[in-house]
Write a protein that binds this ligand. Structure first.
Ligand code: G6P
Ligand code: ZN
Length: 543
C-alpha cells in the first residue's frame, strides 16, 4: 500500500474544548484541517502502530467522508484493526461500550453532540481512551501541543472502504471490521435493566413517547423500546437519523424538544416522555405536565437505582459537575455514600468511575450515566427511569413529589447568553473574578453572600489539578449562582449562569422555577452586569 507523507503546517484553533474539537463543518472540510487534527491525535497518544481503535459518529453531514479519511490515515499510521459502526454510525455511549468490550486501545468519535448538523452547522471529533471515556486533560493537552508543531501527516491512497457490509475487510495490513451499532449496546442494557418488568408495564397500557430528534438514537430506541420492550410502533418519533437532524437542533431540552413538551403538557399525554441528542449521550425526561430537570433526574436515579438489577447492591458513590444542583448531594448524604463535585465535562468522572469510587454521575447539561460505560448515556437513563417506574408503580410526578418532600426541592435554572463577543464575555468574567474577594457579606436584595470563589479541582485519584472551572457565589441559606464560559460553542462566547435555591417548606414545593429564583436572577445581573456587558435584555436560552 502506498503510504504518502503529506506536508502540512499548523492550523490555528485546534484546541480541544469541553468535549473534543468542535468547529463549523466548513472549517473541518478545509484542506488539511481534519488530517492535521487526526495526525496530532495519533501522535499525541503515542502513535497507533499495532493498535485497535473503535470508529464511528452520529451520522451528521461529513461523517462518512471523515471516516474514510481517518481509515486511510489509520492504515498509513500502522493501526492493526479499526472497528467501525455500520455506515460509520455509532452513538457515543455505544462507542464507549465497544472500546471497553473489545479491550480496544481507544476510539475516535465524530460528533458535535447536540449542535445542529449540516454543511453550515457544526462538526466535531474527539478521542476516547482505553477505558472508553473522553481523553483526560493531560492527553488533550498533548494533542493540542502536537497541532502546533505538525509538519506532515501520513495517509494511504486507496479507494473508499465499504462501510455498509457487516464483517471484515482489509486496507493494506489493517483489518476493517464493520459492526452493527446497536447489537452490543442493547445486550449491555439487558444486563443492567429489568426488561421483563418494563415489558409488563407497557403491556398493561403504559404509554411512552421517545423523541430521537432525527438523530443517532432512532435505531437504538426502535430496537430496544419497540422491538424488545413491546412499545407500539410509533412510540419512537423522529426515529430516522438524518445528516442535518431534520434541520433541527438535536438538544433534548424544553426549548429544542418543544414538540415533545407540547405533547406531554397537552391532553391525553403519554405516561412518559423522553428525548436524546445528536450523538445519544444526553437525555430529557418528562412526565405528563411534569418536566424533570437534569439535576433532579440525577438525584432521583441515585435514590432509586437499586430497583434495577444492575444496581441492586446500591451505589459506591455519586458525582456531579460543579454547576449541577446539590439535589444529588442530599440523596447521597441520606444513603451515607460519597458525593464528588467535579468540573464541567464528562472526562472528569473517568478516574472516579475507574477507581470504583462512584457508580452514578451526571450533569445539569442533560447528561446522566453510570459505570457501565465512560460516557453519559441517554437511552440508558431512559431505561433506568422506566425500570424505576415499573418497579415502583408510581408516576413521574409522584416520584418527584416524594423526593422533594423528603429532601426539599432544589429550584434550578440555567441562563445562557449565546454568541456574545468574546472580549465582552472575558471582560465580564475578569471583572467578576476581581470582585470575588469583596463580595463576602454584601447583600443583593434579600440575599447575603456567604462565600465567593473560583472553582478548581484536584482529582482525588491521580492528583491532577484543574484551575479556573467557574465562578461561584454562595448565599446564606444555600442559594447559589455560578458563572462559566461554555467550552463547547463554535461561535463567539456563551456565558452560562446557573441559578439554584433549595426550598424545604412543604407549602412551597410546586412554584414556577422562574418565580422561585427571581431574587437570585436579579442578584446575578446586579453582581455581574449581565445586561450592560452583553447588551442583551435577557438570556437567549433558559433551561
Ligand atoms: C458536553 C460535555 C458535558 C458538558 C456539556 C456542556 O455535553 O460532554 O460534559 O457538561 O457539553 O459543556 P459547556 O462547556 O458548553 O458548558
Ligand atoms: Zn451529546
Amino acid at each position: 500500500m502506498d503510504i504518502q507523507i503529506k506536508e502540512t503546517r499548523p492550523i490555528d484553533g485546534q484546541k480541544p474544548g469541553t468535549s473534543g474539537l468542535r468547529k463549523k463543518t466548513r472549517t473541518f472540510m478545509e484542506p488539511h484541517f481534519l488530517e492535521n487534527y487526526v495526525q496530532a491525535t495519533f501522535d499525541g497518544i503515542g502513535g497507533i502502530a499495532g493498535k485497535t481503535l473503535i470508529l464511528g459518529g452520529d451520522g451528521r453531514f461529513f461523517n462518512a467522508q471523515a471516516i474514510q479519511v481517518i481509515l486511510r490515515m489509520a492504515c498509513a499510521n500502522g493501526a492493526a484493526r479499526m472497528v467501525v459502526g455500520q455506515n460509520g454510525v455509532l452513538s457515543t455511549p455505544a462507542a464507549s461500550n465497544l472500546i471497553r468490550q473489545r479491550g480496544a486501545d481507544g476510539g475516535l468519535i465524530l460528533s458535535a453532540s447536540h449542535n445542529p448538523g449540516g454543511i453550515d452547522a457544526d462538526f466535531g471529533l474527539k478521542y476516547n481512551g482505553p477505558n472508553g471515556g473522553p481523553a483526560s486533560e493531560g492527553v488533550t493537552d498533548k494533542i493540542f501541543e502536537r497541532t502546533k508543531s505538525i509538519d506532515s501527516y501520513k495517509i494511504v491512497e486507496t479507494q473508499d472502504a465499504d462501510l455498509s457490509t457487516l464483517g471484515e475487510s482489509k486496507m493494506g495490513d489493517m483489518v476493517i471490521e464493520i459492526v452493527d451499532p446497536v447489537t452490543d449496546y442493547a445486550a449491555l442494557m439487558e444486563t443492567l435493566i429489568d426488561f421483563d418488568a418494563i415489558r409488563k408495564m407497557i403491556a398493561g397500557g403504559f404509554r411512552i413517547r421517545f423523541d430521537a430528534m432525527h438523530a443517532v438514537t432512532g435505531p437504538y430506541a426502535k430496537e430496544i423500546l419497540e422491538n424488545r420492550l413491546g412499545a407500539p410502533e410509533g412510540s419512537v418519533v423522529n426515529g430516522v437519523p438524518s445528516e442535518d437532524f431534520g434541520g433541527g437542533h438535536p438538544d433534548p431540552n424544553p426549548i429544542w424538544a418543544k414538540e415533545l413538551m407540547d405533547v406531554m403538557y397537552g391532553d391525553n399525554a403519554p405516561d412518559f416522555g423522553a428525548a436524546s441528542d445528536g450523538d445519544g449521550d444526553r437525555n430529557m425526561i418528562v412526565g405528563p405536565n411534569s418536566y424533570v430537570t437534569p439535576s433532579d433526574s440525577l438525584a432521583l436515579l441515585a435514590s432509586k437505582a437499586h430497583l434495577a438489577p444492575g444496581y441492586s447492591k446500591g451505589l459506591a458513590g455519586v458525582a456531579r459537575s460543579m454547576p449541577t444542583s446539590g439535589a444529588v448531594d442530599l440523596v447521597a448524604k441520606a444513603q451515607g455514600i460519597e458525593c464528588f463535585e467535579t468540573p464541567t465535562g464528562w472526562k472528569f468522572f473517568g478516574n472516579l468511575l475507574d477507581a470504583g469510587r462512584v457508580t452514578l454521575c451526571g450533569e445539569e447539561s442533560a447528561g446522566t450515566g453510570s459505570d457501565h460505560v465512560r460516557e453519559k448515556d441517554g437511552l440508558w437513563a431512559v431505561l433506568l427511569w422506566l425500570n424505576i417506574l415499573a418497579a415502583s408503580g408510581k408516576s413521574v410526578a409522584d416520584l418527584m413529589g416524594e423526593m422533594w418532600g423528603e429532601f426539599g426541592r432544589c429550584y434550578y435554572s440555567r441562563h445562557d447568553y449565546e454568541d456574545v463577543d468574546a472580549a465582552a464575555a472575558n471582560g465580564l468574567m475578569d471583572a467578576l473574578r476581581g470582585q470575588l474577594d469583596d463580595l463576602k457579606g454584601q447583600s443583593f436584595g434579600p440575599l447575603t453572600v456567604q462565600m465567593a470563589d473560583e472553582f478548581a479541582y484536584d482529582d482525588p485519584i491521580d492528583g491532577s489539578h484543574s484551575a479556573r472551572q467557574g465562578l461561584r457565589i454562595l448565599f446564606e441559606g444555600g442559594s447559589r449562582i455560578v458563572f462559566r464560559l461554555s467550552g463547547t460553542g463554535t461561535v463567539g462566547a456563551t456565558i452560562r449562569v446557573y441559578l439554584e435555591r433549595l426550598e424545604t417548606d412543604p407549602a412551597l414545593l410546586t412554584l414556577e422555577p422562574a418565580a422561585a429564583l427571581a431574587d437570585i436572577i436579579a442578584a446575578a445581573d446586579q453582581i455581574a452586569g449581565l445586561k450592560q456587558r452583553t447588551g442583551r435584555d435577557g438570556p437567549d436560552v433558559i433551561t
